[in-house]
Design a protein around this ligand. Structure first.
Ligand code: IPE
Ligand code: IPE
Ligand code: MG
Length: 256
């Protein structure tokens, strides 16, 4: 039973040989990842939690390259949730330094890879140095036409929905729209993913089987793939495994 359960979490036991070439048909257009398990990775090694975050940061570059190579159009990475402010100040401070550390080193690579950086989350409360690093990357990569790298930073799905509802309510109040014009399209237009398609595939590492307030609206019909692998140990091989599993899923959207 236990084994069955762990297979389920690793993709219903449909695992194929990891070295097998991925079929380049039905590549998901948008993949979202909850990069989890940095703290546990560090703990296992007797290191402070921030060492796990530093190691986790190094994985991003590898996955971005692989995603670009496979022709994935958008990669959304959950980097910091609206709930993560509850963590000890020293850890939060370090996490808020990560965008600078990452982009300071990787921006030339992202340019080379034709990657376009985006930010999804509330800019309020972000330290100025964090926001500056991300906004510089957004500006510099603005004309790039390759993979969209969407960082969810200070992001929370419920806050996002509330903000969208407030915006639309205000438009009704001001007579710009009528209440019955509020539909799925208008809702989606008012979310932080505006213009991005919904994720086709959601990956979460570290064995946690929950959404933790991530993309609550957009994940309505996404395929989910969970793995026990901790984010700092996540490799291109695991990423391909998730995509291979995705390619064998039948998406029905309520139909037959
Ligand atoms: C994910 O790793 C990174 C962030 C949430 C910022 P965690 O820090 O949550 O690692 P665990 O879950 O404690 O192992
Ligand atoms: C979700 O992970 C947020 C990110 C990966 C950025 P958490 O580690 O914060 O989620 P919970 O607390 O285990 O649900
Ligand atoms: Mg966690």
């Amino acid at each position: 039973m236990l084994e069955k359960f762990s297979n389920w979490k690793d993709g219903f036991g449909k695992k194929k040989d990891a070295s097998e070439e991925l079929e380049l048909v039905s590549i998901p257009k948008h993949v979202a990842i909850i990069m989890d398990g940095n703290g546990r990775w560090a703990k296992k090694k007797g290191l402070p939690r921030i060492a796990g975050h530093r190691e986790g940061m190094k994985v991003i570059n590898k996955i971005v390259r692989k995603a670009n190579e496979l022709g994935i159009e958008t990669l959304t990475l959950y980097a910091f949730s609206t709930e993560n402010w509850k963590r000890p100040k020293a850890e939060v401070d370090f996490l808020m330094r990560l965008p600078e550390l990452f982009l300071g080193k990787e921006l030339p690579v992202l340019m080379e890879e034709n990657v376009k950086v985006r930010l999804m989350g509330s800019k309020e409360n972000l330290p100025p140095h964090t926001l500056r690093a991300v906004e510089t990357a957004i500006t510099k990569t603005n004309e790039n036409t390759g993979l969209i790298l969407n960082f969810a930073l200070n992001y929370g799905g419920r806050t996002e929905i509330i903000q969208a509802v407030q915006t639309m309510a205000k438009q009704v109040q001001e007579g710009l729209i009528t209440y019955d014009q509020i539909d799925e399209t208008l809702m989606a237009d008012n979310l932080m993913t505006n213009q991005l398609p919904d994720p086709d595939l959601l990956i979460r590492t570290s064995g946690e089987i929950r959404l933790s307030n991530f993309m609550l609206w957009q994940l309505a019909y996404s395929e989910f793939w969970f793995t026990e692998v901790l984010w700092p140990d996540f490799t291109e091989i695991h990423f391909e495994e998730a995509i291979r599993e995705y390619q064998h899923r039948g998406r029905r959207y309520g139909g037959v």
